[in-house]
Design a protein around this ligand. Structure first.
Ligand code: GTP
Length: 372
């Protein structure tokens, strides 16, 4: 374990820790070459949306808690100055889980023991009001204040009941019998000295260990419920949805302020080519060097750099990895095509199919579908 910078001085600026060390297994094969927080989302790395949101809420200093493919983060974000932030890096030699990662990153904080520190999961798009969450935290002198959202399927998340004053009464991670549809939205405000109570150097989950233990001990854990736009982009379907929503303007991201083509039906990045008669819409992003051939239809999809869609092909709600290729007339619907993979003529890939990087499907007119 190592921490790139540390200081005992009080922070003069609000600090945040961003958790970006997960392997992103649900987004494979996209995350084989690129960690989830760096996947291009509406034309910029996903994390750029969170960094810009943090900066807009008054955060001045960010610690990125890295593990998986750590060096790529510093290559992308450097010292953070392009975001008007100071970014430093806390690396785990082996992943410490969400709690262990927060504890490890705390070594790089400068905040005093009673100051608030914002913690963000590195895979959440949220339009909620961070300043209002900080206000609730301060008003109740809370140990931790959790952002909560209401969802239709709470069993997939951490279920978080509160009392009438908004104080959290339990934290039930992925329970089959949720007692409320309010769930943990992955953005926390911690009092700095509460982070120090997490054991150092030990794999720990804030969701399964830290939050339940705090509540049992009688610590004040508050919920901040807000129904603004919220999406966990951990699955391919959600990743596509998040990128399209940003392009369509369903969520305004400060990282896209002034971006021509946002909001719009499609975002064509410099160097993208859309040939005559092709239709591109539904919030699609066509990245640099990507080509949509004549007469092709591309709806609600993400085309990474150099991806090619042949004439007359059809691509819906899918991700086409870097330098992948879809032949003329092929159909890709609800699929993930890995980097450099090739889908030959006549193939139909539907309903959650994932093609691994470099795989080549010849012109076999085969239909692949998880419905089969
Ligand atoms: P899946 O493998 O698809 O579940 O994705 P994930 O690896 O991102 O895990 P999950 O969605 O549960 O993680 C929530 C957030 O915590 C993400 O932003 C992860 O990057 C981050 N995270 C998870 N585990 C660790 C860890 O051990 N260390 C660090 N630094 N971050 C982590």
């Amino acid at each position: 374990m190592s921490v790139s910078s540390a200081s005992d001085a009080m922070a003069d600026r609000l600090e945040a820790i961003l958790l970006v060390g997960g392997q992103g297994t649900r987004l494979r094969p996209l995350t084989i070459s690129t960690p989830k927080p760096l996947l291009p989302t509406a034309g910029v790395p996903f994390l750029a949306h969170q960094l810009a949101k943090a900066a807009a809420a008054g955060v001045g200093r960010v610690v990125l808690a890295t593990a998986y493919q750590a060096p790529m983060f510093a290559d992308h974000f450097g010292d953070g100055s392009v975001f008007g932030l100071e970014i430093c890096y806390a690396h785990e030699d082996s992943p410490l889980g969400t709690g262990g990662a927060i504890r490890n990153a705390a070594g790089a904080l400068r905040s005093g023991p009673d100051q608030p520190v914002i913690i963000l999961n590195g895979d959440v798009l949220s339009g909620h009001d961070l300043s209002a969450q900080l206000d609730i935290h301060a008003k109740h002198d809370a140990a931790v204040t959790l952002h909560l959202v209401e969802v239709d399927d709470p069993a997939r998340f951490g279920c978080v009941p509160t009392d009438v004053d908004g104080r959290v009464t339990a934290f039930l991670e992925k329970t089959p019998v949720p007692v409320t549809n309010r769930i943990n939205a992955g953005c926390y405000v911690f009092r700095r000295n509460v982070i120090e109570a997490i054991p150092a150097g030990v794999v720990t989950s804030v969701e399964r260990e830290t939050f339940p233990a705090l509540i049992r001990s009688g610590a004040v854990v508050m919920g901040y419920a807000e129904s603004a736009y919220w999406l966990d982009v951990g699955t391919p379907e959600a990743f596509v949805q998040g990128s399209c929503d940003l392009v369509l303007g369903c969520l305004a991201s400060p990282a896209l302020a002034g971006s021509p083509g946002v909001p719009g039906q499609a975002l064509l990045l410099p160097g993208a080519v859309v040939e005559a008669g092709a239709r591109v819409g539904g919030g699609t992003v066509v990245s640099a060097g990507a080509v949509v051939g004549a007469g092709a239809v591309v709806e609600a999809s993400v085309l990474f750099e150099g991806a090619r869609v042949g004439p007359g092909a059809s691509v819906h709600r899918s991700v086409l990895g870097r330098d992948s290729s879809i032949a003329a007339g092929a159909v890709v619907d609800g699929a993930v095509i890995g980097d450099c993979a090739v889908v030959g003529e006549g193939n139909e890939l539907r309903n959650g199919i994932r093609l691994w990087p470099g795989v080549e499907l010849g012109p076999t007119a085969v239909r692949f579908s998880t419905d089969a």
